[in-house]
Write a protein that binds this ligand. Structure first.
Ligand code: CA
Length: 423
């Protein structure tokens, strides 16, 4: 067992029972304050722990860490040290926060500079993202969307159960939770119109996704096998992959998503390591037809992570509109990475890979408004009396996720974004 995952560990830091940031989590993020430059941190309870200071004062010695590794504006160089090192760092941080360890606990002066209230800091993008890939790996989502456009008999394309379908997205517009963004504008064409028109998107949608981040490069020309994949995957965030459905419908043939997808994608600020999620791994679905040999895998790599989506209209209470789970994936992350590299495509440190919209089998577990309102035919009631087919200006969409087992909770916090009117 990874030491930091030990369920019997308790911390001297107070961790509320419903906190995502137990001592078994130890995620990594980047924060700043009005006085402090961007730097790396972990989270425990409702506190942010400054890793740059822990390193400076020598509490992270003996871990082969380059000087200043936690004083950078992103975690790329840290992740690139490799999982053997980052795992030892996570273990050591866990030791420092463990209830019987006095090194930090009994040093009042140091503690006062290392700890910040989570509410008092600004969380930043945890990584610089060189490349972004988005998969389409939830069978229920692919089935729902296929049913809407082609009918239930032809819902899944013939390739879908043979290939983890994906596309190359845009990295520059991936932003951290809370970053303001405007409703996109673009070309759309109504079914009864002869020519397209230009204006603000009318069918703005969220996509509930998880994303993983790679920490290792494979040389151009080399493939990563399903068994090697875990050395490449540092951890996960929650991803809201905003989509403009009306723009998408007009532009996507023949080359797929473009301006309907690249105007903004929000991520949660804390990277929960793949190590921390190991106790929450579950078997995936039985894959039939059998996949090609390069997509076969030995170890279960689906994750039982409960996910929810809320919509908060301007000045009103939030309404939860979806409860899904990351385990509802047909293709797992090992298969995605093996497929992505089987042609020799090289992964880079910081690359991000979206799961695709995660829809569960029940209607209440669908991961987009397109599905929840079934193309706008079934509006969703909000607690303020209004209803939603898609997302309106002033709405804030909030996604949360956590894993829980035997009283141990490891979560992601939230990714939140408010839609501002088109510019
Ligand atoms: Ca997507």
């Amino acid at each position: 067992m990874i030491k930091a995952n030990d369920p019997s560990r308790k911390s001297w830091v107070h961790v509320p029972a419903d906190s995502d940031f137990s001592i078994q989590n130890i995620p990594f993020g980047i924060f700043k304050t009005s006085d402090l430059n961007p730097r790396a941190a972990t989270a425990i309870g409702d506190k942010v722990v400054d890793l740059s200071i822990l390193h400076e004062v020598g509490l992270l010695e003996g871990l082969d860490l380059p000087s200043g590794i936690f004083s950078k504006p992103n975690l790329n160089d840290f992740m690139e040290l490799g999982k053997a090192t980052t795992r030892r760092v996570r273990d050591r941080i866990s030791d420092l926060l463990e209830e019987n360890n006095a090194e930090l606990r009994d040093n009042d002066k140091l503690r006062s500079t290392v700890f910040h209230d989570m509410e008092s800091v600004e969380m930043l993008m945890p990584v610089s993202v060189p490349n972004y890939t988005d998969f389409y790996s939830s069978e229920q989502h692919a089935f729902n969307v296929g049913t809407m456009f082609r009918g239930p008999e032809n819902a899944l394309m013939p390739n879908w159960k043979h290939i983890p379908v994906g596309y190359h997205g845009r990295a520059s517009s991936i932003v951290v939770s809370g970053t303001p963004f405007h409703r996109p504008k673009g070309q759309t064409k109504a079914d009864d119109a002869d020519v397209p028109s230009f204006g603000p998107c009318r069918l703005l949608d969220f996509e509930l996704e998880m994303a993983y981040i790679t920490c290792k490069e494979n040389p151009l020309g080399d493939a990563v096998s399903t068994s090697e994949a875990e050395d490449y995957i540092f951890g996960f965030v929650i991803l809201n992959d905003w989509s403009a459905r009306d723009i998408q419908k007009w532009e996507y043939v023949p080359l797929g998503p473009f301006l309907a997808k690249n105007f903004a994608s929000h991520v949660s600020p804390w990277i929960v390591t793949m190590d921390a999620l190991e106790p929450f791994m579950v078997e995936g679905p039985n894959q039939s037809p059998e996949v090609l040999p390069y997509l076969r895998y030995e170890k279960a790599t689906h994750f039982d992570v409960s996910l929810e989506v809320g919509i908060q209209p301007e000045g009103a209470e939030e309404t939860v509109v979806s409860n899904s789970n990351f385990k509802h994936m047909y293709w797992n992350v090992r298969q995605q990475l093996a497929h992505h590299t089987v042609n020799g495509c090289n992964m880079q440190v910081g690359d991000m890979y979206g799961s695709g919209t995660i829809s569960g089998p029940e209607e209440s577990a669908y991961g987009s408004m397109l599905e929840l309102s079934w193309r706008g035919t079934k509006p969703l009631p909000m607690t303020d009396g209004s209803e939603r087919k898609f997302i309106l200006d002033g709405d804030t969409v909030i996604m949360r996720g956590h894993a829980e087992k035997d009283g141990i909770r490891v979560g992601f916090g939230e990714v939140k974004a408010k839609v501002l009117p088109a510019k």
